[in-house]
Ligand binder design. Structure first.
Ligand SMILES: [Zn+2]
Ligand SMILES: [Zn+2]
Ligand SMILES: [Zn+2]
Length: 436
């Protein structure tokens, strides 16, 4: 049931954005919270870890999904979802049985296999390509360094290894282009708490350029992407989304944009750098740290963040928590608690606590994070909404209903704009408010 009328891309147009290549432009005014357009996934793949809790076909989250009788590893709402997903699932169904424990292609490889299959079965333009076709995706091939080329060759090898039984492949050069296109145009789908659910291709959504002060946000309803205004948009204005986490200071954001998308940003935030000082806030001490001490601590913080990202794959939760606490101690000598590097490690610590079902521990970190988060992020942010949501659910679990209600209402206020008032996530939160 949809209360919003299906939006026509009529109020929007593709255009040549000065200095940015092609982009998307508004032809009329859009109010905050208004749906600009939606885009069904060209193809999508559910993360292996989410099997059983979400439908492999439509990504719906529900209990009592039924198993694929052949591989017993994919789960569906019903026969209809299973039937519809079969052209994609058959690429993996028998291979998963044959490879057993050794079946481990990355999500990028799984998604790319689905694109190749879709291009075969559906060569004509799809409903997801009203403004931009998959074939037109930018690859930035000329900007790939040796390291990136090597990673792509590994992906190509995995594609041949795990999918050759059911597919014919284009030659190596064409596959390099396709993987490069997927790397800069693919989307990850997250749930309302920003947990990773899977990866997908949304061609029309990929037309939008990036800004660190975006005027739209992309959310997901199953495998449907929806794009809503989070600022008023005037006729003739370009429509911008954000490709990255906006918590970090200008230099970090641009490093990330260069590395993943091969450009640097010239938005207002990047030009004025007006939030950087707050984001890198230094502790007020009688004997203030020297510029060199601050520089060294920033370097240390970036190393810890990178080290922790890798450590997540092989260290135990208690070891991870120790890394967080040690680094927070060390950085805390120079950085204020609201400093984004402190917040980053607190967020990681909160994640470990949630994983260990240490609700009090998670709540302690979350309460320190939420205020500075609301300052650093734009007014409507999924990061802020999901933090309120986690806090609300933690309070409810710990029987602090007044605090829980307050936090959940803060989450809903943001989500009504970003997700739309009738989103199933919002109905679920409202139900949590009534049940308690
Ligand atoms: Zn389903
Ligand atoms: Zn199967
Ligand atoms: Zn920017």
């Amino acid at each position: 049931m949809r209360s919003e009328a299906a939006p026509q891309p009529g109020g929007l147009e593709r255009f040549a954005s000065p200095g940015k290549g092609r982009g998307l432009r508004a032809r009329r005014r859009y109010a905050v919270g208004e749906l600009l357009f939606d885009c069904p996934a060209y193809t999508a793949v559910l993360a292996v870890g989410e099997r059983g809790s979400h439908c492999d076909g439509c990504f719906a989250r529900k209990e009592g999904l039924s198993k694929c009788g052949r591989c017993k590893q994919a789960f569906y709402c019903d026969v209809e979802c299973q039937k519809e997903d079969w052209p994609m699932h058959k690429l993996e169904c028998s291979a998963m049985c044959a490879f057993g424990q050794n079946w481990n292609p990355s999500e990028t490889v799984r998604l790319t296999a689905r694109i190749l299959a879709k291009q075969k079965t559906h060569p004509e333009k799809t409903q997801s390509e009203k403004l931009l076709a998959v074939k037109e995706f930018e690859s930035h091939l000329d900007k790939l360094d040796n390291e990136k080329r090597e990673l792509i060759q590994n992906d190509i090898a995995a594609l041949h290894h795990f999918y050759s039984k059911h597919m014919e492949f284009p030659d190596n050069a064409a596959l390099v282009v396709l993987f490069a296109q997927v790397n800069c145009n693919g989307f990850t789908i997250e749930d309302e708490e920003l947990s990773h659910l899977g990866s997908a291709i949304f061609p029309d959504v990929a037309l939008m350029n990036h800004s660190c002060c975006p005027n739209v946000i992309v959310t997901y309803k199953g495998t449907l992407a929806e794009v809503r205004a989070v600022r008023e948009i005037e006729p003739g204005e370009e429509v911008f989304t954000s490709y990255i986490d906006l918590l970090y200071p200008t230099e970090d954001r641009n490093e990330r944009l260069k590395d993943s998308y091969f450009f640097s940003c010239d938005c207002r935030e990047c030009t004025t750098k007006e939030k950087d000082e707050e984001k890198l806030k230094i502790r007020k001490l009688n004997d203030p740290p020297s510029a060199e001490t601050v520089r060294d601590m920033i370097k240390y913080a970036r190393n810890v963040i990178e080290g922790f990202r890798r450590a997540k794959h092989y260290k135990s939760p208690s070891e991870l928590l120790e890394i967080c606490e040690l680094s927070l101690d060390k950085m805390g000598a120079v950085f204020e608690d609201s400093n984004v590097y402190m917040l980053h490690m607190m967020y990681q610590a909160m994640g470990v606590c949630l994983y260990m079902q240490d609700w009090e521990g998670a709540l302690r970190y979350g309460q320190k994070i939420i205020r500075p988060y609301s300052q650093h992020y734009p007014a409507y942010s999924l990061n802020v909404a999901s933090m309120w949501l986690k806090l609300g659910r933690l309070h409810m679990a710990l029987e602090n209903r007044p605090a829980g209600v307050k936090a959940l209402k803060r989450a809903i206020a943001i989500m009504e704009v970003a997700h739309g008032k009738d989103h199933p996530y919002i109905s679920e939160i409202k139900k949590e408010l009534e049940d308690h």
